[in-house]
Write a protein that binds this ligand. Structure first.
Ligand SMILES: Nc1ncnc2c1ncn2[C@@H]1O[C@H](COP(=O)(O)OP(=O)(O)OC[C@H]2O[C@@H]([n+]3cccc(C(=O)O)c3)[C@H](O)[C@@H]2O)[C@@H](O)[C@H]1O
Ligand SMILES: Nc1ncnc2c1ncn2[C@@H]1O[C@H](COP(=O)(O)OP(=O)(O)OP(=O)(O)O)[C@@H](O)[C@H]1O
Ligand SMILES: NC(=O)CC[C@H](N)C(=O)O
Length: 555
């Protein structure tokens, strides 16, 4: 244990699995043992670590709360002889259920801090789920009075001010803060700096890592001393169990300078988020392998690359499913991409099956000219083949629609929309091109596929086409992607009116067309696979619109 003027705190930036209370408790025991070996006074895990985060409505079920509380008691018994342990879990008290942070010490649950500010926006529904905790007070651990503002409690001044006024000498903030683009990093730091300036106390920010359905927790835990200096920076996305020191000085308890892990750039953060969320979705769902249709286009090439980086090339099956409209270039490009990635590449022509389906429908279709129906049959045949392969080989199917397509419904229900997970769901098409170029130029140790130009440049340079009819181009049906994405970002991300977009220089007729497509395709998004959240307005929880809806902004 520590000398009187120094305490050691082990910070466990780890990846829990939602609902795996026993597995998460095992991770906590591992962190605690590491902390004990490092001479720590206190070992901390992030917000809601024991239950996993977010566990949504499950977190208020009586039976789930019973199991969480039993695991806390077991942790107290197992971690009696050594440092105190802080761990988050949902917790019933009186008539309410709270987002709680438990402090376990010497075999007992010494205190449960109850989150005061419950986020109720974006992906969070905490006012619906949890009762409001009272303003917390500090608790003395190893001679230091410590306050625990739980995530959102650190985003407002009042909780930390109350802690400081009631004697806190140090702030330790457990978080479950999902990634939503590179800008989120500065938002967190700014809140932390604000609290440090207001209270004059040093602050430690501890975040989760790992994917949970659509959300990815990016870690990046850090500490700040008064004066705004970063005392330590833990890595983004990687598990890290680090022991920091806090020393009593004439000014108060201050974080001792520790290592500063590099902060990745915006492209690396987004790409890593897609890799981690895909891997965690697959593995946490009990699978190890994935498959996808590889068309020779950029979307499926990027998904294949993300999958190979996430799971290893040996765990990715790519299937080219040519029809009569598939060009020689597409066949070559799909093959080229798969061989550069080192993934399994197989070819299954769909032509005979498409002909058979069309023949089967012919008696009822007689007198009706071919239209999008027949185009979609090709997409659905691919979807059927891919799901058959998924069933037979126990591989999850990845679907590949980017955010621009998902926004305007440019995808076939029960066709190319088939799939378990979509890494590109929140990535606009213009950013798909940028991500592909970036991956071709960059390699990191966490990427399991080879370095270099894994996506053949012709895939990036050629005009996008669904190849569902002769000579088809995306731009025959949609505005050029630069314009489409500008309008979509205005309507979705920035919540602009049509008039405001006209003022920004977009053509009114094009805006109205895109708006119409956006609203009319809500039903497709309702039936779409989950995918990596990369922005503040990812489809599903961040933007909830009615499926049946006749309102349009026509002003
Ligand atoms: N409001 C609503 N609520 C619930 N369901 C609704 C609905 N409106 C239509 N529907 C249903 O949806 C059907 C129309 O949707 P759907 O069958 O998907 O067909 P649809 O949207 O008409 O066509 C698919 C579009 O995706 C494009 N695309 C782009 C890129 C790739 C691919 C590809 O497949 O590889 C396709 C393709 O060019 C075409 O424009 C209707 O026939 C109806 O059954
Ligand atoms: N010939 C094909 N072989 C295998 N899969 C295909 C084929 N054509 C389409 N797909 C699957 O359907 C998805 C929809 O792709 P499509 O080519 O129609 O449009 P896209 O959105 O431009 O995608 P991509 O850029 O990957 O081609 C593809 O990403 C791929 O997974
Ligand atoms: N768990 C939380 O309270 C999350 C909300 C929080 N403000 C964030 O970082 O996104």
């Amino acid at each position: 244990m520590s000398e009187p003027d120094l305490i050691r705190i082990t910070l466990a930036q780890m990846n829990p699995v939602a609902g795996d209370i026993a597995g998460n408790a095992d991770l906590a025991r591992r962190a605690w043992a590491r902390g004990r070996a490092a001479g720590a006074d206190l070992v901390l895990l992030p917000e809601m670590f024991l239950s996993g985060y977010q566990v949504l409505d499950m977190s208020v079920r009586a039976a789930f709360l019973r199991d969480c509380d039993a695991a806390v008691r077991q942790l107290a018994a197992d971690c009696a002889d050594g440092p105190a342990l802080g761990i988050g879990a949902p917790h019933p008290e009186g008539a309410g259920v709270y987002n709680a942070y438990h402090l376990i010490e010497r075999g007992h649950l010494r205190a449960s801090f109850l989150k005061h500010h419950r986020p109720n926006y974006g992906v969070f529904d905490e006012k619906r789920l949890y009762a409001e905790g009272p303003f917390p007070g500090p608790i003395e651990i190893a001679g230091v009075r410590i306050g625990f503002p739980i995530c959102e409690d650190m985003w407002f001044p009042d909780v930390c001010e109350t802690l400081e006024e009631s004697g806190a000498e140090l702030l330790l903030s457990p978080n479950g803060s999902p990634y939503e683009g590179p800008g989120k990093l500065d938002i967190r730091t700014n809140h932390a700096v604000g609290r440090v300036v207001e209270t004059g106390l040093s602050l430690v920010y501890l975040n989760l890592i790992g994917g949970q359905d659509d959300q990815v927790f990016d870690g990046g835990s850090f500490g700040i001393n008064p004066g705004g200096k970063l005392a330590f920076q833990m890595p983004y996305f990687d598990e890290a169990i680090e022991t920091i020191e806090v020393r009593r000085t004439n000014e108060g308890w201050r974080l001792v300078q520790g290592p500063l892990a590099p902060v990745p750039g915006p492209a690396a953060l987004d790409y890593r988020a897609m890799v981690e969320s895909t891997r965690d979705y697959v593995r946490k769902s009990g699978f190890s392998r994935v498959l996808l249709g590889l068309s020779g286009g950029i979307d499926s090439a990027l998904v294949a690359t993300i999958a190979a980086d996430a799971l290893g090339p040996n765990n990715v099956r790519c299937v080219m499913l040519p029809s009569r409209y598939t060009s020689r270039e597409s066949l070559e490009d799909a093959e080229g991409c798969a061989s550069r990635l080192g993934v399994l590449h197989q070819t299954l022509p769909i032509e005979d099956a498409v002909v058979a389906v069309n023949a089967g429908l012919a008696p009822l279709f007689e007198g009706h000219a071919p239209d999008v129906t027949e185009e979609n049959i090709q997409s659905r045949m691919r979807g059927l083949y891919l799901m058959a392969l998924s069933n037979k080989f126990g591989e999850l199917l990845l679907t590949t629609g980017n955010k621009s397509e998902i926004a305007v419904g440019y995808a076939t229900l029960y066709g190319d929309m088939n799939g378990a997970y979509n890494p590109l769901k929140d990535l606009y098409k213009t950013r798909v091109f940028a991500a592909a170029r970036w991956r071709n130029e960059t390699h990191h140790p966490w990427m399991q596929a080879p370095a270099g130009e894994v996506i053949p440049p012709r895939i990036i340079d050629k005009p996008p086409s669904a190849e569902l009819r002769e000579g088809q181009r995306d731009e025959d049906s949609l505005p050029p992607y630069a314009i489409l994405d500008g309008i979509l970002e205005g309507l979705v991300e920035r919540e602009l009116s049509v008039a405001e977009l006209v003022d920004e220089g977009y053509e009114r007729a094009t805006i109205l067309k895109v708006q119409g497509l956006l609203y009319i395709s809500e039903y497709k998004r309702f039936q779409s696979a989950p995918g990596t959240k990369l922005t503040k307005k990812a489809f599903w929880l961040d933007r909830r619109y009615p499926v049946v809806n006749r309102w349009r902004d026509l002003a």
